[in-house]
Design a protein around this ligand. Structure first.
Ligand SMILES: Cc1cc2nc3c(=O)[nH]c(=O)nc-3n(C[C@H](O)[C@H](O)[C@H](O)COP(=O)(O)OP(=O)(O)OC[C@H]3O[C@@H](n4cnc5c(N)ncnc54)[C@H](O)[C@@H]3O)c2cc1C
Length: 378
């Protein structure tokens, strides 16, 4: 007979583990299934940014709620997740960038009450004396920050398990069973499980999982790379980005710098797009990230790169996730398609998705992320 759970979460990334933790703390007997290992995809590959500034306006309330949850997360989960609220600087190098950054800053502070301001070169240097002369100014949001993605994921998982959640890795979900359109369980390559709630937190696998219940939305894997340097003494606490998205990154608690970026045609280097989950490293990308970083932080030229890796972003056509229940398929709940910024909102995603799965009104309105915002043309 199939083992029975109150809820099954497909995917043991940061969002799946956050959702499982929140379901378990609400008393649900919860099973997490992952075809690989915990953190084996984007949650183990990302840059750790916890950012509200420059968010899509639809995501801003979720991002601001998440920062509130991050402030107490280490204590709540009983593990130091290396959360540092060191602010975020988005650097500008041309007058045109300055002009649009000032407008964006005004919009974000007026529409959402986000503490964000525009700093000129001198003010930027006061909080980060290492930026080069090319920087004219930057947006600055003091409540943005960063955390350690692996620690956050494991902290959610550990707490979920302490509340009774179970984890099975190396097990691929192949089918979601329906009974009169209502979810009734899942079939994996190893076993069958019954549950009236199934959460799709499958990252880049999320589209395939949605297809299992007859749903679809435009999502594709996008290739990106990150490098990490040898450690230096603590130099600056901010998360760094640029107006032209040349690169992004920060200095970790251990002293190494983590820098990520694109060369613009990375997705086309990745010629298996959508067909496999291969993650090669291309010789063009890390040097391009280094060149971009050194334009802004020349003092880093003697700091060696120790490791590079790549990852796949689950990119939805309109660059925000697909979240929430679907009225056509009761019991199915989506939490996928985070489009390259799903780590920073993971504490909030756990809260709102568990509430939505239980039929409650979520703390933050997620209706803008509904799966049915995409409809086939005919
Ligand atoms: C290089 C890089 C840098 C990034 N930087 C940042 C950043 O600075 N800040 C930020 O907020 N976000 C960042 N992101 C995005 C962030 O990493 C993701 O949005 C987030 O980790 C998604 O977590 P998840 O739990 O939804 O999915 P994942 O971590 O991708 O987990 C999905 C899991 O589902 C499993 N799975 C898939 N299909 C099945 C199946 N059929 N059966 C069983 N299991 C299945 C997979 O094995 C996987 O473990 C970055 C991403 C990348 C790649």
């Amino acid at each position: 007979m199939a083992k029975t759970y109150d809820a099954i979460v497909i995917g043991a990334g940061v969002n799946g583990c956050s959702i499982a933790y929140n379901l378990a703390r609400r008393g649900l007997k919860t099973l997490i299934l992952d075809k690989g290992e915990v953190c084996s995809q984007a949650s183990g590959q990302n840059g750790g940014g916890v950012r509200q500034s420059a968010r899509d306006p639809r995501e801003m309330p979720l991002a601001m709620y998440s920062v509130k949850l991050f402030e107490n997360l280490s204590e709540e989960l009983g593990l130091n997740v290396e959360y540092k609220q060191g602010g975020n600087l988005r650097l500008c190098v041309t007058p045109a960038q300055e002009e649009s950054m000032r407008a964006a800053v005004d919009k974000q502070s007026q529409a959402f009450g986000l503490p964000v301001e525009y700093l000129d070169n001198e003010a930027v240097r006061e909080i980060n004396p290492y930026v080069s002369d090319i920087v004219l100014g930057a947006s600055y949001c003091p409540t943005d920050g960063h955390a350690n993605p692996m620690l956050v994921t494991y902290a959610f998982l550990r707490k979920a398990r302490s509340l009774g959640a179970e984890l099975r890795t190396g097990e691929t979900v192949r089918e979601i069973r329906l009974s009169k359109r209502h979810v009734s369980g899942v079939v994996t390559d190893k076993d069958t499980y019954s549950s009236k709630i199934v959460v799709n937190a499958a990252g880049i696998g999320g589209r395939k999982v949605a297809n299992m219940v007859g749903l679809d939305f435009p999502m594709t894997p996008v290739f990106t790379e990150i490098l990490v340097t040898e450690a230096r003494e603590p130099l600056f606490p901010q998360m760094i980005g640029t107006a032209a998205s040349d690169f992004y990154g920060h200095q970790t608690e251990h002293g190494s710098f983590v820098w990520g970026g694109f060369i613009g045609y990375d997705t086309f280097l990745y010629d298996d797009r959508g067909k496999s989950e291969r993650r090669p490293n291309y010789p063009e990308v890390a040097p391009a990230i280094c060149r971009a970083v050194l334009r802004f932080f020349p003092f880093l030229q003697d700091v060696n790169v120790t490791r590079i890796w790549s990852g796949l972003i689950a990119q939805v056509a309109d660059k925000v996730p697909v979240l929430g229940p679907v009225s056509d398929v009761p019991g199915y709940v989506s939490a996928t398609g985070f489009s390259g910024h799903g780590f920073g909102i993971s504490p909030a995603v756990g809260r709102v998705i568990s509430q939505a799965a239980l039929g409650e009104t979520p703390d933050v309105d997620i209706s803008a992320f509904a799966s049915d915002r995409f409809r086939p043309v005919n």
